[in-house]
Every structure is written in C-alpha cells, then in structure tokens.
Design a protein around this ligand. Structure first.
Ligand code: BGC
Length: 731
C-alpha cells in the first residue's frame, strides 16, 4: 500500500513539475480517490504545534500525526525554518506527501504590530486598514504561514466583552466595509502569490452578542437582529471571496454555532454559495457536550460534521470518531470527500502542490519583517487611529518648550502597547511613550506612580513631585493588554482604581492634565472627562505606539479618529449604541412614564462617530437633489465642509438616515456613508454621497430585504448626534 502511494505521489509530483502550476480539479479528485478514510479525516483535522497555544492542549505528538497523514493542518507553528521542518515531514515522510496548511492568529500584525482592530476602525480609513492587513500578510507568509484566523467581523455592542478589541465596533455599515478591506488586504489579488494568505471570517455567528458581555456566553437574539446586524459583515467577507470561515463558541437559538445547520448549510454554503471551507473554533465541537447539546464527543463530531463544519480545530473529535461514524452510516463518506476537496482546493489555490515550501523564505523573512517601511506604516496607521475626546482651552497640542511630567504605568510598558492577539510581536520591538519622548528630545521627567492594578500607592509622592515642577502633566492610564481580548470580560469598565486615585491627586495640583488612554474597549470616563484638560484615546496602538502618540500630542499629526463604538457614562446603560430604536415611549425628562433611567442619562458620554481635531470644521449647505424618489432613482447628497481653524487636518464626514415608518420598526439613525477628507486652513470642499434604493432597504418580518414607500430623513455631520433635516419620500 505504502509503495503504491509513493508511486502515485511521484506521478503527481512529476505532473506538477512538468506543468509547473496548480492542479486541476480532476487531479484533486484523483488524489482524494487514493486517500484512505484516515487520511481524509487527517485533512479535516487541525492541531496546534507545541510552539504556543491559545487554549487547553489535547495532543502533544503531532509530528507522528503529520507523518501518518492524520493531521493535515497545523496552527501556532511559525517562522520559515520551523515550518519548513514540519512541511518536510508531511511532504517527504507521509504516504501521499500532501502539504500541510499552517494557520496562525495574525490579527493586527505578525511581528510589526498595528493598532488593535477596534483602533484601526477608528481611522475610518479603508485604504490604511487594507494596507495594515497586506503588510501583516507579507510578514506572516515570509514566516511560513498560509492562513490567518482573521478578520474578526463580530459586531460588538457590549464594551464589557473583551473581544470588542478585535473587531470594527458596533456599526453594521462601517463593520461591513472594514470586513471587506481586511479580507482584500490579507488575500491580495492572487492567493498563489507567495505574500498572500487565506483569510478567515470569524466567529460565525453572533459571538459579539454574548449575554452580559461575558465571553462564551449564550446568545439569544431574534432572527431579524441576526440578519440585520450580525450577518452583514460575514456576507461582505463572502463577497470579497474570503477563503475560510470559523464558527463561534456560542449557541444561537439553542443550537451551538458549530452544529448549526441553519448558519452553515442553509445560509453560508446554501444561500451565499460559499466555496471555501469552515473550521471550528478551538475545541468548539467538544464544547457541545458542556453546552448540553451533545451527550459525548462522538455525537458532537456527528452533529458538527453533518451541519457542514469541515475542519476540527484542536478538538480531535473528527480524528477520534469520524471513521467510526462513517462505518456506522451516520456520516457519509461522500460528504467527507466534499469537505476534503474544499480544503485541498485552498491548498492548491495557495500553490502548495506546486511548491510546498514557497511560504517559508528565510531571506524574505529577514528582509521584510519589522522593516523600516513596515514600521513607518504602523506609525502612520496608529496616528490615524487616535481619537481626541476632550481638548479644553486648546490644551493640546503640546509645545516643545513645555516641561512635561510624564506619569503612569502605561507610559513605560511596551508589551501593553501591543494589545491582545499580538501575533509574534515582541515587547522589545515596541516603542513606549517614555522611549519616544526620549528619542524625540522632549523636555520631560518620567515617574511611574503606580502599577496598572493593585493597591500600592508608594510611588504617588515621587509622581506628584515630578508633576509639581512641570508645566504640564501627561498621565498615561488604562488597561493591561490582557484586560481585553479573549476571556477578558470586565463588569466594571473603568480605569483601574489605583490609577484613578493617582490621576485625582494630579488633577488637584491645578496644572493642565492630559490623560492618554491605553485600552482595548470603551471605558466609562465620566469623572475624567470633566476633570482633565485633554483626553486622548490611544487604544493599544501597536509597535510604534510611542511615536504615534507623541506625534499627536505635539501636533505633528492632527488627530482625526472617530469612535467606532459608543462610550457609555455608566455600565448600567449597556447595551448602548447609536442606532437603537425609538420605543413607544421615547425619553422625555419631564414625563415619568417614558423610557429612561432614574439615575443615569440615556445619552452616552461620547457617541459613535465622535472625535475632535486641533482645527475646526464648519458644515454648510447640506442638500439632497430630490425630495421624492422612485425605485430607480439615486439620491445625491452634498455638503460644504470648511476648515475654519488654523491647522490642516482630516475630517470624517458622516451621512445618517432614519426610515420614519416601516412594517418593522427602524433604528433612530443608521450610518449610510462617510468620506474622509483633508483640508488646509481656510480651504473648503464639497462632499457628495450617492444612495440608491438598495441603501434604503432593510429586512422585513419575513427576512426579505425590501424598501417600503414612505418618508426618510437624512443628515450630514461630524458624528452620530447629527440632526436629520433632509427629507425624502420614496414613491
Ligand atoms: C479563539 C479564536 C482563535 C483560536 C485559535 C480561539 O480561542 O476564539 O479567535 O482564532 O483560538 O487561536
């Protein structure tokens, strides 16, 4: 048997080397014909290497599994040399020599780390976001990788959920565009190019709707909300030809996503005709036992596979049970063949049958990883991700003649600049604020003051002393990198107490206080917003953090980021997002029986779309070209934006809509367009948006996407508080 296999594999290698290009479908079919059931299941199996894991490790001896063809895919293995070693085992020592597929969480960079995805979303800059994914793919492929578990396109409306850091925020429209940009960035034009990766749309679906913001928790939303809010970014990934999907840990309508036929077969592979393959999340098939859905791992394997889940990540349930399930007639071998084919087609699309080592290129790895060019791009993207939340009396920008007291644990903590899921990014490569201030010759003294968490205030005195002898105080506060991301939900989303106490002592000094926030989620900042002079949301800006923040603090870059997510006043308001419904009793402060809190406002502290600039922008003459439209018309909106301040800057102009009456109640506002423009002082620009019938559509109660005749209101402005005063009637 082994000899026959080797002969076949030699014949195939010959065919490949003769034509020097990827395989035909017939060649893939004929390879599948030669595979044993064990080898087929091997292609449906993904195991972690012992390099690094992101969950409980189940198998250790994966090398033997590669050799025997029982593990066709490996994740958490990287670097050109290491992956080449593993690939050699698969290609030279396994019976059929089928190359391995190497996956990894390249979420916001491989080694040059970009801002966390939520921060990048604050740039509203699709070209920069695509570029960041492109660079991540270039570095990762040089390091031997074929596949990233990104983008995460889960809409997230609960800032307690730590994984809000990994997505594009709360909005469907913005999230959908960013999803497409990231897929294009990772996958490039041609998957066979040695610098492009398979992308993975995750976590399918509705993972972001975990109850109470507690990770992995139950999701119970209406089908309507599923279609309207949670599915569109996934559909955008399919439209961008994403190669793979990952199921989510949660259940939906009581059925775990990893065995959810409605999600996988009816929608993804059916209605959307997705041709790639679907991988589970880390042991999410096994977890159906804990969900109380499958009595044991064998049943879990059967449910998942029969629901359309092609590949098992780390759970070893396909590995252990699929053969027996097939023999017993509970799983069809034909269906296994179809899943194997989906996976082999992706290996083929990457060109791995042509040259299994093409992605392990030590020379390229050495040359491009952390190159000057990539670091410059990371600095540029980080500058665009920062959001200026407060700037009283134009406290910012700082001047080079200011003597600064730089305070706080996060001013000198490189690892925390990188955020969660920082790939193989290293703290040593990350630039802290202290380092950047030093390198850029700023006049400053640094005192840490306290740790990120804990009770120790013994450093307060030195920090206060340093602050006393300075002109201005810059405190850098917020969260440790692992206080957001996976399994990092927080019930209280405030700055940890010890840092807040230090900040209060600094504010008492009566000097200008600038608070720079390093964090992976919206925080409740009621006290801070009232008491500091300037507030800069820096998120977790990545490898070039210190430089990017310093550029903005000193005015070398005018901040233009806008919040992709609402900042509540108080945790009790959550969920709070800009496009909520009106309710039958909209809030009226003078009427008791209206929808409101007794002890908190309805309004957020900072709304979606909000962000300040060092210059001022004036909006004038908002117009729409018709007040009545037919189903075949388009609408053209226009507004003049003028930079009335004294510095040049970017502005993100936003168009919002409200469908006044519909057969299913509609949100009070929906983002329908945006445009990022650059204006010199005194300059004006006419900004236009075009909408067609498609943009007015929504899902009715039968889940059909329709537009109904009636009145629509529109408004153009700086953030989601924009007034809607342009009326259009759809005939
Ligand atoms: C996460 C995924 C990730 C996977 C592999 C899981 O715990 O939910 O997002 O891709 O681990 O690291």
């Amino acid at each position: 048997m082994k000899i026959i296999g080797i002969i076949f594999s030699l014949i195939f290698s010959l065919i490949i080397s003769l034509n020097g290009q990827s395989w035909t479908e017939a060649q893939i079919d004929s390879l599948i014909d030669q595979m044993t059931i064990e080898e087929k299941i091997g292609q449906l199996t993904l195991f972690t290497s012992d390099w690094a894991t992101t969950g409980p490790t189940i198998r250790e001896n994966y090398l033997e599994d590669i050799r025997s063809g029982k593990a066709g895919n490996i994740f958490n293995a990287h670097t050109a040399a290491y992956n080449e070693r593993l690939q050699k085992v698969a290609v030279e020592e396994s019976r059929l020599g089928i190359p391995l597929l190497f996956g990894y969480d390249v979420i916001h960079g491989y080694k040059t780390i970009f801002p966390i995805p939520l921060a990048e979303a604050a740039s509203w800059d699709l070209a920069l976001i695509e570029k960041s994914a492109r660079i991540a793919a270039e570095e990762a492929t040089a390091g031997g990788l074929h596949w990233t578990f990104a983008p995460m396109v889960d809409i997230a409306r609960d800032p307690r959920w730590g994984r809000i850091a990994e997505g594009a925020g709360e909005d469907v429209y913005l999230g959908t565009l960013i999803a497409g940009a990231r897929v294009r960035g990772f996958q490039g034009e041609d998957l066979a190019a040695p610098n492009t990766l398979l992308a993975c749309a995750k976590h399918y679906a509705a993972y972001g709707a975990a109850q109470g913001g507690r990770d992995y928790n139950t999701v119970d939303i209406s089908r309507h909300t599923l279609w309207e809010t949670y599915l569109p970014p996934f559909k955008a990934c399919v439209d961008a030809d994403v190669a793979t999907f990952m199921t989510s840990f949660n259940d939906l309508d009581g059925v775990p996503a990893s065995a959810n036929t409605y999600l996988l077969k009816d929608i993804l592979k059916g209605k959307w005709n997705f041709q790639g393959f679907v991988v589970s999340d880390y042991t999410s098939i096994n977890e159906m036992v804990a969900h109380g859905y499958a009595p044991d791992n064998k049943a879990a394997a059967m449910y998942a596979f029969n629901a359309g889940l092609d590949m098992d990540m780390q759970g070893a349930v396909y590995y252990n049970h699929l053969e027996e399930l097939t023999a017993q007639g509970n799983v069809s071998e034909k269906a296994i063949d179809a899943s194997v084919k989906r996976i082999l087609k992706m290996k083929n699309a990457l060109g791995l049958f042509d040259d299994p080592y093409r992605y392990s290129n030590a020379g390229r790895e050495e040359r491009i990883i952390l190159s000057e060019e990539n670091r410059a791009a990371a600095r540029e993207i980080a500058r665009h991700s920062l959001v200026l939340l407060e700037n009283k009396n134009q406290t910012l920008p700082l001047s080079n003649s200011d003597k600064i007291a730089l305070i706080g644990p996060l001013a000198d903590s490189p690892i925390d600049m990188l955020g969660s899921w920082h790939g193989s990014g290293q703290a040593d490569d990350a630039i802290s604020l202290v380092k950047a201030f030093g390198a850029l010759n700023k006049d400053f003294t640094y005192e840490k003051g306290c740790e990120i968490e804990g009770m120790d205030s013994s450093g307060f005195a030195a920090a206060i002393d340093a602050a006393r002898s300075a002109d201005k105080i810059v405190m850098v506060a917020g969260e440790h990198f692992n206080m957001s991301g996976e399994a990092a939900s927080r019930a209280s989303i405030r700055i940890p107490k010890i840092q807040e106490h230090l900040l209060r002592r600094l504010v008492d000094l009566d000097k200008p206080v600038i608070l720079v926030l390093i964090n992976g989620r919206p925080l409740c900042l009621g006290w801070e917003s009232e008491n500091v002079d300037a507030l800069l949301e820096a998120w977790q800006p990545g490898t070039m953090a210190g430089y990017a923040v310093t550029d903005v603090l000193f005015g070398d870059h005018n901040p233009s980021g806008k919040l992709p997510v609402t900042f509540p006043v108080d945790e009790g308001q959550i969920p709070l997002y800009y496009n909520m419904k009106s309710t039958g009793r909209p809030m009226d402060p003078n009427q008791k029986y209206t929808s409101k809190y007794l002890d908190a406002p309805n309004a957020p502290l900072y709304p979606f779309g909000y962000g300040l600039s060092y210059t001022a922008f004036e909006y004038s003459n908002p117009t729409v070209d018709k007040s009545e439209m037919t189903t075949s018309d388009t609408l053209t909106f226009s507004v003049t934006v003028t930079n009335t301040g004294s510095s040049s800057g970017h502005e993100i102009v936003q168009l919002y809509m409200h469908d006044l009456f519909a057969s299913v109640t509609r949100p009070v506002k929906e983002l329908k367009g945006f445009s990022k423009i650059f204006l010199e002082p005194g300059a004006s620009k006419n900004v236009q948006f075009t909408l067609a019938l498609e943009d007015l559509k929504y899902y009715n109660s039968e889940l059909e996407k329709i537009a109904e005749p009636g009145d629509f209101l529109f408004g153009i402005g700086r953030d989601s508080n924009t007034e809607l005063n342009l009326k259009v009637t759809l005939k």
